[in-house]
Design a protein around this ligand. Structure first.
Ligand code: ATP
Ligand code: MG
Length: 362
């Protein structure tokens, strides 16, 4: 039996196409999406490639956004997003999102937007300032960037998403969306829009996988990433250069586990079976950690083990990517299909919104 509109479980999630996806994205969101997709518990899943949002701080480089739409799609397909179960869609191809953004802008104040902590932090990183003369090096604040939480609310509500699986940095966006939904439904006296729930990552590693330098979160702008599309040689080189324990100079020295990236990544990616297969000296990760902490276990041995563990995970992803890379027209076809489904769904919401506002003149 088909679920009634109001009972449907709908997921909306997505990424800005500003670069290839890395292991941080993989543990933080991509793995979860595949699980949710394959659980069969949702009526519809939309994965939005937010190219218009990416332009709000990359307006001078549309080529970068254009190139990364296909890269991100290849990343999705290679990790197991199934285009028959999830609609991969491109924001700029979905006109209802722009119209909804315009209507929602009337329901939000500049003061409210200025309080958004994620936008504040991002303004700082990009050198955007809202105050004239506050900082001589700062550029002005582009209106498009300032209002992107409103466009994100349009994205979420246009699909009537009930669940939005995202990182912690997105919490203020979901709160803003819920406020807009309440404001809209109250102002126009109709329950058209749906308040979404956020689904946050569960573990610390899922919330924040550090980069190979051990300094900060893995982030494409920090150059500390292992990309899903890196070849085996590159992954090996990156793991061999990984930050471990600077005080662990000789093999006999006792070593630190905490803050040691090799163990952080093993925590995230290795299972007991890997020991039987690649490192039978130990039964499990705890035994290996204990040995390292006592002294007598060298970094190179640990890194070689991690390389094998990561290869087991990454080799099939790489193979799947290669298969799709050989048929780029099929990838565009998937985007066209997903976007067409998104257009149909969001046009329906837009019609209901205009109806509620009584501005459907024609
Ligand atoms: P940039 O350097 O441009 O900020 P990035 O590599 O940090 O890029 P984002 O586009 O900021 O990637 O990340 C999008 C989403 O991916 C975040 O909301 C978060 O959920 C998840 N994510 C990104 N990096 C990590 C990470 N290192 N660990 C866990 N999740 C991550
Ligand atoms: Mg980031």
């Amino acid at each position: 039996m088909l679920a009634k509109d109001s009972e449907k479980k709908i997921i909306l999630t997505g990424d800005r196409p500003t670069g290839k996806l890395h292991l941080g994205h993989y543990v933080g969101s991509l793995q979860r999406r595949v699980e949710l997709q394959n659980s069969g518990a949702f009526d519809q899943i939309y994965i939005l490639i937010a190219d218009d949002q990416a332009l709000t701080d990359n307006w001078d480089n549309p080529q970068k956004i254009r190139d990364n739409i296909i890269e991100v799609t290849l990343d999705y397909l290679s990790i197991g997003i199934d285009p028959d179960k999830s609609n991969i869609c491109v924001q700029s191809g979905i006109p209802a999102l722009h119209a909804l953004t315009f209507y929602y802008m009337n329901l939000v104040t500049t003061q409210r937007l200025s309080r958004n902590p994620t936008v504040k932090a991002e303004m700082g990183m990009r050198g955007f300032s809202s105050a004239e003369g506050e900082n001589d090096n700062a550029q002005g604040l582009p209106v498009g960037f300032f209002t992107y939480p409103v466009s994100q609310a349009a994205d979420i509500t246009a699909f009537k998403a009930t669940m939005v699986p995202v990182g912690e940095d997105q919490e203020p966006m979901i709160e803003q969306t819920r406020e807009i939904v309440r404001r809209f439904n109250q102002t126009y006296q109709r329950d058209v829009l749906v308040e979404p729930d956020i689904l946050l990552p569960e573990t610390e590693a899922q919330r924040r996988l550090p980069g190979i330098d051990g300094k900060a979160k893995m982030s494409k702008s920090l150059g500390n990433c292992i990309y899903l599309s890196d070849d085996a040689g590159t992954v090996k080189k990156k793991i061999m250069s990984m930050y471990t324990d600077p005080e662990h100079v000789n093999i006999e020295d006792p070593g630190h586990i905490e803050g040691n990236m090799v163990f952080t990544y093993l925590d995230a990616f290795c299972h007991d079976d890997h020991f039987a297969e690649y490192l039978p000296d130990y039964k499990n990760l705890q035994e290996m950690k204990d040995h390292y902490a006592r002294g007598g276990l060298g970094d190179v041995k640990c890194k070689k083990f991690l390389i094998k563990v990561m290869e087991e995970r990454l080799a099939p992803i790489r193979a799947e990517r290669a298969r799709w890379e050989a048929d780029i027209p099929a990838v565009y076809d998937i985007l066209a299909r997903g976007t067409a489904n998104a257009v149909a769904c969001t046009n329906e919401t837009l019609a209901q919104v205009r109806d509620a506002m009584r501005i459907n003149y024609f």
